[in-house]
Each structure stands twice: as C-alpha cells, then as structure tokens.
Write a protein that binds this ligand. Structure first.
Ligand code: CA
Length: 513
C-alpha cells in the first residue's frame, strides 16, 4: 500500500457508549486483517466499513453491546479484533409491552428558540405550505390512466398560465373498489385519502376524480362545506372521453386561478410540519445522520414546530427507551397501543419484526432489527414525546410526535403526508433516489463517500461526524438552516430538480375482495 495513503488512512473505529464491547470501522472500504488501531487493538480479519469488530473477547452467550444496549448474544466465542457479523449474533426478544416504564424519564422542556422563520404559503385554516401545488384526488384506481392523461395536458396547456403554481400532482392509488370497505382496518386507507387531500401544500383546493360505481364514495374525500369538487366519469352528461377530460381541465383551471394568487409570506418556524424517516440504513445511520437529524429535530421542537418520527418496526425494539419519554400516561399508552397493533398485524401475516432488516442493511453492517432500531430512534432527538398518531391521522399538536407507520419508504411518506407533513428529512446510508411530488424531501447521507458519489442525488452530508471533521451540533444546525431554506423554496432538493418522485402508496391492512 502507498505509504502516504496508509498514513492518511489511519485505522479508526467508533465506539458510542462506554459500555460497548463492539465498535464500527470508519475507514472507507473497510480494513484488512492486521490493521492496528491507535488503542493497540489489531484486526484478526477483514472488517468492511460500518461493520463491527469486537473490542474485547466475548464468550459464548454473552451480550453484544452497542449504544450501551444489548443488540444480541454471541452464538460462539468471539475474539477481540474479529469481525462481528450478523451470523455470529443471536437476536434478543423484543421488549414485553406489558412491562414498560411510562413517563418515568420525561425530559424537561427545552429552552425556546426564537427568531427563526421561513417563507411559506399560509392557508385559511392556519396551516402553512412549503409548496403551491394543485393536488387532484381520486376515489378509485379505475380513473388512474384518465387522471394521468388529464394531468399531462394540464401541465402542458394550463400550468404555464399560472406561474405561481409549482405543479399539478395526481394523487393516484390502488384503493377504492374491490376492497372490504366496511372492515375495521379500512379506516386507515380511507382516512389517509381524506387527509392527504387536505395537505397544506395543496392550499385547500380539493378536486376528486371518480368513476361512479366504486365502493369509496367520492363525497367522503371532500370536506364539509365544499361543493362542486367531484368529476364522475360515468356521469351521463359526458359524451365521450374528450368531454370528461374537458370537465377535469375546466375544474382544474378554476383551482389553478385561485392557487396562483397565493404568495409566500414570512412565517415562524413553528408553522413547519416536518416528517423524519430513513431508508437504506447502514451502521453509520445511528452515528452520523440520525444524531444530526435528532439535533435538528430538537431545534425545530424548541422553535415550536411539529416534528414526526415513524416506522413502527424500527422503534419496536427500542420502545422501552421511548415510553419513558412520553409526556404523560395517555401518550405512553398510545405508544404501546400502536406497537401492540403492529405486533398483531405482523402475526396475522405470519411474519415478525425480523422481516424488517434488508440484505442492504446487513451489508451495511446492521446485524438485526435491534441494532437498527437503536440507531433509528436517535432521529427523535431528546425532547419529550408529546403525541401519537395512528396511521394517516392528522397532526394537531406541536412538538415531537410518533406517527405510527410501516417502515416502507413509500408507505411512510404517504402516511406522513396525510398527517400534514410539508417537508420530509430522509436519512440514507446505502443510498436511494427517493422523492415525493407533494412535499420536498431532503436526503441526508450517513457517509461522505456516498454524498460524493451521489453528489446530484444527496442533499446533505452528515459523514463529517464520523471522520471527526464536524460535530453533531454543527451538522444539526446546518441541517436546520437547510430545512428553513428548502421550506422557503430558496433551495431545491435534488429529487425536485430532477423531477424524480415515488408513487403514493396506501397502507391497507384490511382485506381486499
Ligand atoms: Ca423507511
């Protein structure tokens, strides 16, 4: 090896907690056997970047500790300097839901943070959008092709006349018919569609495209007091497809005229509704990106904003750390209720929480869902948890909320939009081009190597925390400022610059027919 490179690439690991008996290798592309750390530890085998090495000998059945918590037990004796990959670790049981401490360690309120603002679109109901979009809803999958055809024409023929409107977005989905509409769990997809139409980024302008014979009556997607908001394809007044498209265009233009009068105004950061999630996590997620997001989340909470973290299967194994932070008994019980609901949902499908970790997670050094969860909940920062939302429920309070969603990037994004999210912060270690049409998404890389390689997909690099170039606090402040810039339309995230967006994906835990 070139000596200069070797000198620059001094073997480094990160140990997060004094109790930890494993640490993760920091160096790009990993370290070969024989690499010697400053503390004297020598690797006995190649360890890939982000993967764990044992700091001390660990006997069979002894706990493997990271974040100061048990992430599993040694299946066979592990020697100091060996690679601790997932096949050497037995996963512990998930914490029992009936033995959790509730509200026993409620953090004191953080000091208020004043004077931070963004330029947003204020709506008549008091909510504030970060974008000015015409969102067109649909009550059934049957109309998807028609909507997309109409939206293509609206973009080409109408949108240029209304320059203050950012986009027209068809809110298409696979629900509405062929489903058990009265099943108890049907409340989830129906509530999601109702609430997503009212996302602050759509300015309260509702338009629903319906077929006419579907189970989900389109009236259910229109809030009370709004009339003339539905175009029914089967309406006998329409003479052919052309007439139907004309009707959609006419209704769309009426709404574009109103939306075009919206202008950005200075709003306090308290008016933000920020969603947090991760996708394609690696072992650095819990070391760099998620702690930086957690710091920024604390700043947002201090500024009075609403912040949501989600992904039930990625908090389930660390739930004992969250129920203690619940601001009161009700919030703590609601956390437990959402965990229990998801446990039974998974059991019904013959799966358990181990279904969460992906091959990419494991390749990135995450042994199991326990290790992934401990790194994931760091996003929630250090404030009290002030509320819990069931999937697709609208957020009505400030502070750090747990919005229960699956961990699937697309379903989580869709449910957070229904909860009123106007901007999402998305952390990734493996890399994903994820984006949403309805709200800007800031993608945060856990590693500088990824941020450099994907310089035109990743919006923010948190990797400097691992290399020691930047602190969590500095990185968190930088991210907080970027959130204000993106919310103001001053900075466009890469997914919006390229126009690459994922489909809305409804969560339907109810049967289909
Ligand atoms: Ca996710």
């Amino acid at each position: 090896m070139d000596q200069d490179v070797a000198a620059k690439e001094q073997p480094r690991y990160i140990k997060l907690n004094a109790r930890d008996n494993v640490a993760i290798v920091v160096n790009d592309f990993g370290l070969p056997a024989g690499s010697r750390f400053a503390c004297g530890l020598t690797l006995r085998a190649f360890v890939p970047q982000g993967h764990k090495t044992a700091l001390v000998d660990i006997a069979r059945d002894q706990p493997i500790i990271r974040y100061g918590e048990v992430i599993g037990y040694a299946l066979s004796p592990i020697l100091a300097g060996e690679w601790v990959d997932e096949v050497r670790i037995r996963m512990p049981e998930a914490p029992a839901l009936d033995k959790l401490e509730i509200s026993t360690a409620v953090p004191a309120p953080l000091p208020p943070l004043e004077g931070f603002t963004f330029e947003g679109y204020r709506n008549s109901d008091g909510s504030v959008g970060t974008k000015n979009i015409l969102g067109i809803s649909s009550s059934v999958q049957c109309v998807k092709g028609t909507m997309e055809y109409a939206v293509k024409r609206i973009r080409a023929e109408l949108l240029p006349k209304y320059p203050n409107v950012d986009d027209v977005v068809p809110l298409t989905h696979a629900y509405g018919c062929g489903v058990a509409i009265n099943a108890p769990d049907a409340v989830v997809p129906i509530r999601t569609l109702q609430n997503i139409a009212q996302n602050p980024n759509f300015g309260g302008e509702i338009l629903v495209i319906s077929l006419g014979c579907e189970k989900l009556a389109p009236e259910r997607l229109v809030p009370e007091g709004i009339s003339d908001a539905i175009v029914r394809m089967q309406d006998e007044a329409f003479d052919g497809f052309g007439a139907i498209v004309d009707a959609i265009m006419t209704q769309a233009e009426a709404r574009l005229k109103i939306l075009n009068t919206r202008t950005r105004e200075t709003c306090p950061a308290a008016d933000l509704v920020i969603g947090l999630q991760c996708g394609g996590s690696d072992a650095f997620s819990g070391v760099t990106a998620n702690p930086a997001v957690g710091f920024a989340a604390d700043l947002l909470v201090r500024a009075g904003a609403t912040v949501m973290f989600s992904e039930v299967t990625e908090v389930r194994d660390a739930i004992q750390l969250l129920t203690r932070r619940a601001i009161n008994e009700d919030v703590g019980r609601a956390l437990v209720r959402e965990m229990a609901w998801y446990d039974s949902y998974l059991a019904r499908g013959g799966a358990d929480r181990s279904a969460n970790t992906t091959p990419g997670n494991k390749k990135g050094g995450l042994a199991n869902i326990v290790e992934k969860s401990l790194g994931s909940i760091v996003k929630s920062g250090s404030s009290a948890i002030t509320g819990v939302l069931s999937p697709g429920q609208k957020a009505t309070q400030k502070g750090m909320l747990f919005a229960a969603t699956p961990a699937s990037d697309f379903i989580c994004g869709t449910l957070q939009l229904a909860s009123g999210m106007t901007l999402q912060v998305f952390t990734t270690g493996r890399g994903t081009p994820y984006g949403l049409a309805a709200a800007p998404v800031i993608k945060v890389a856990t590693r500088t190597e990824l941020a450099r390689r994907w310089k035109d997909l990743i919006d923010f690099d948190a990797g400097g925390i691992a290399t020691g170039e930047k602190t969590i606090e500095e990185t968190g402040w930088d991210l907080f400022r970027l959130i204000l810039d993106v919310a103001s339309g001053r900075t466009k995230p890469w997914s919006d610059r390229w126009g690459i967006h994922n489909d809305l994906t409804l969560f339907n835990p109810a049967p289909v027919t």
